[in-house]
Design a protein around this ligand. Structure first.
Ligand code: SAM
Length: 158
């Protein structure tokens, strides 16, 4: 299920505040986030990881049609990917994935400045902002400023 238009608006406004470096979407799906964000941020690198073939194929086709040379779409399981340094990771996944992403950030220590998550929180980290969407579910969008991962303390055991 792709991010809603309201969620996209909130997430892209937050992304605008993360500087000029690369934007990574973990689970880029049909491209509902990466395509418009790459279109409106031609000067920024946008990188998507998607393991399902059909959504990846369609989003890659859209990328080609729209000439988005700043967008790279990997057909890959992001748990196994070596993430490049980036200004911001964006995701819309599920609780179990947030536990694994948190562990990946802490153990592999890629240089990531921010993480924005639609609907699901990182279990052990305090968000710097929580924006409630003006939708039926009042679903949250979480913003985390990722400190030096070495300084992050687990508040619970997962
Ligand atoms: C809810 S959709 C979100 C799509 C898009 N990011 C958005 O906001 O519209 C989640 C996507 O993540 C993909 N996904 C889930 N786990 C993944 C993994 N480990 N590696 C790559 N893609 C994954 C799913 O196939 C799905 O297309």
């Amino acid at each position: 299920m792709p991010s809603s238009r309201k969620a996209y608006k909130v997430m892209s406004d937050l992304v605008d505040k993360t500087g000029t470096g690369p934007i990574i979407d973990l689970g880029s799906g049909w491209g509902n986030f990466v395509i418009p964000i790459a279109k409106s941020n031609r000067q920024r690198q946008v990188i998507g990881y998607e393991m399902s073939t059909l959504p990846w194929l369609i989003s890659t086709l859209l990328k080609q049609i729209l000439g988005l040379s700043n967008l790279t779409l990997h057909r890959e399981n992001f748990y196994h990917a070596s993430l490049p340094a980036a200004s911001v990771i964006v995701c819309y996944l599920y609780p179990q994935a947030m536990i694994k992403i948190q562990a990946k950030l802490l153990l592999e220590q890629p240089k990531i400045d921010f993480l924005i998550s639609n609907n699901f929180a990182l279990p052990a980290l305090q968000p710097d902002a929580v924006i409630m969407l003006d939708d039926f579910y009042k679903s949250p969008v979480y913003l985390y400023k990722i400190a030096d991962p070495g300084t992050i303390q687990y508040s619970a055991k997962y």
